[in-house]
Design a protein around this ligand. Structure first.
Ligand code: F6R
Length: 588
């Protein structure tokens, strides 16, 4: 959930370190720090805040040195304090470390190292890495040996970059991403290609259990066992570097508007790839679809439609529940793993487990260079470009569009997903979003509880809509299968509740309208999302009529995203980087 960057360059590295951290800030953002090496001395500056704030207060970009490391932190162990911010140094300050992941056994290690005389300055798990490296490096002044001995001792997941006072950067990864960038002027070690893509498109993806030692002469790669190895250099698409807000105030609203085209981009697939993907599903006896958060909501939609149209069971399983719920996995199983980042720890651990049980792994991913895309047996990209806003928007609709394209192909066109038509309708809805902004400003100032009701294919969208409201506007919001209302949630309805009903005129219409009457009778305000007006709605958000009811999710989620964004503005919440959240959840 943190981002790490290390640079060895021919020029001063601090400005690039700061710029790289800014580009990766989506990964975590409660504190920031840099360490640079100048005249054989390591200096560290770190503090609470986002990259711009800490850079301003500590002048990070002005630090001296041609070698450096940087970090944005998303706290897991130890509070959000200046001391707990990375980099962390060993006792002599000759080694500084930035880390992403969790050292699960840090308490016994800290205890052991303290008894040997090491002095700890923070409450973090990461600091043990700096002291372990120091302990082993002092034994024989051999960086390779020190790092091998260190990784042997760490339980958990990690990607770290350690800067040594002799000018070397030593990196290692286990279940967390780490990629090396190579330019004429510098070597980079980064959590994400976005960390260096502005400077070079030449990337070397480290495998799990790889160690890389970088110095001004070159890069040496070893396995955790110490065997020399090599990793190929991949040319990464430059368009990934496009992470500007353009004409928009925030990434999130920009990304909501990008859906005009991104739902189309998701469905442009190379024929041989989509064929292999569909063939694998068609020949599987057992199909499981997994993901986390919004990607899990796509799993629900894909499973519902797949089971209905292909007369084959698709079972959705939340990635975080997978380890408790995998008894049916065997060689006849296909696991479809859906993820924007392709780095979500729960998703990667589900795929690892399923693979070990003999399943074939298919993935639907946005980041083509991610661990999930690279380790799946077959992978399709949703091609929506970098999604920087922490709340998934265009990646969600991209996933849903691709799921439609796959299932349409497999069912002989039973969904009838026409990307041009749907994109056109979304474009028109976005062009007329002022009604939603007005609705937020007029009816929402004091709202504390929002409920969303929907049945069948609308159910995953009530979950997704509620998730957007929670994370963007920090408002309690709950998605409820409308038929479940009378089994409990009705007790919550009173004049303070605001209830969205997802109710186009498909076969759920009459039943959902009855649910709306039930909540209206308890005094709740009703906002209808529908293509047909009804007097019961206190306010209505119109959506276009869709030829096939299975297509409604795409036009229902857009107004809910907009509503959440405007509500976030009204609540002064951070529209792009909500508190306590990170874009890439790389810890379990
Ligand atoms: C919601 C959101 C998260 C992610 C979840 C999975 O807006 O962004 O719930 O959907 O953390 O992330 P990926 O799709 O990267 O695996």
């Amino acid at each position: 959930m943190c981002s790490i960057i290390g640079i060895i360059g021919k020029n001063l590295v601090a400005p690039e370190l700061v710029d790289s951290l800014r580009r990766m800030e989506y990964r975590g953002y409660d504190s920031v720090g840099l360490a640079t090496l100048s005249i054989n001395k390591i200096s560290v500056r770190k503090g609470i805040g986002n990259v711009s704030q800490v850079n301003k207060s500590l002048s990070l970009a002005e630090m001296e040195g041609f070698v450096g490391i940087g970090h944005t932190r998303w706290a897991t162990h130890g509070g959000v304090t200046d001391y707990n911010a990375h980099p962390h140094s060993c006792c002599t300050n000759d080694i500084a470390v930035v880390h992403n992941g969790i050292v699960e056994n840090y308490l016994p290690l800290k205890d052991e190292l303290s008894k040997k005389g090491h002095r700890f300055k923070s409450e973090t798990d990461t600091e043990v890495i700096a002291h372990l490296l120091e302990e082993h490096y002092n034994a024989n002044k051999d960086i390779k040996a020190a790092i091998i001995e260190t990784v042997k001792r760490i339980e958990g997941s990690f990607a770290f970059v350690a800067m040594f006072a002799n000018g070397s950067l030593a990196c290692a990864r286990l279940d967390e991403p780490l990629v090396i960038g190579i330019s004429d002027n510098a070597f980079y070690a980064s959590s994400d290609v976005l960390g260096f893509l502005k400077y070079t498109d030449q990337a070397m993806f480290l495998d799990n259990r790889d160690i890389a030692i970088l110095d001004k002469h070159g890069i040496n790669i070893f396995t955790f066992d110490g065997d020399s190895t090599a990793r190929g250099v991949t040319k990464v698409a430059w368009e990934l570097a496009d992470v500007n807000k353009g004409e928009f105030a925030h990434y999130t609203i920009k990304e909501i508007f990008e859906q005009r085209t991104s739902i189309k981009a998701a469905t442009y697939q190379e024929e041989y790839k989509i064929k292999a993907f569909c063939d694998a599903i068609a020949s599987a006896g057992n199909i499981i679809v997994t993901g986390s958060g919004s990607s899990y909501h796509t799993s629900l939609i894909m499973s519902m439609i797949g089971s209905r149209l292909l007369k084959k069971r698709f079972d959705p399983v939340m990635a975080s529940e997978f380890k408790y719920n995998n008894d049916s996995i065997d060689k006849d199983t296909v696991l479809i793993a859906i993820s924007q980042s392709g780095e979500t720890a729960d998703v990667l651990s589900a795929t690892k487990l399923a693979k070990a049980l003999g399943a074939k792994i298919l993935s639907i991913v946005n980041v083509p260079t991610s661990s999930l895309a690279r380790t799946a047996d077959a992978s399709l990209g949703i091609n929506c470009g970098p999604e920087i806003g922490v709340a998934a928007t265009k990646s969600f609709t991209g996933q849903v569009s691709l799921a439609y394209a796959i299932l349409d192909r497999m069912s002989g066109g039973k969904i009838g997903f026409d990307r041009e038509v749907v994109s056109d309708r979304i474009t028109k809805m976005l062009a007329d979003s002022t009604g939603i902004e007005r609705l937020v400003n007029i009816t929402m100032p004091k709202v504390n509880d929002i409920y969303l009701l929907g049945r069948s294919i609308h159910f995953p969208i009530v979950l997704e809509g509620a998730l957007k409201m929670k994370e963007l506007a920090y408002v309690h919001a709950e998605g409820i299968a409308a038929g479940e209302l009378k089994h409990g949630p009705l007790a919550l309805m009173d004049k303070n509740a605001v209830v969205f009903v997802l109710n186009p005129d498909d076969k759920t219409y009459g039943d959902t309208l009855s649910s709306a009457y039930e909540v209206k009778a308890r005094g709740a305000k009703i906002i209808g999302i529908s293509n047909v007006p009804n007097e019961i709605y206190d306010a209505m958000i119109p959506i276009p009529r869709m030829e096939n009811e299975l297509l409604y999710p795409l036009v229902e989620i857009v107004p809910l995203q907009l509503f959440s964004y405007y509500l976030a503005l009204q609540h002064n919440a951070d529209q792009d980087f909500p508190r306590n959240l990170a874009k890439s959840v790389t810890v379990r």
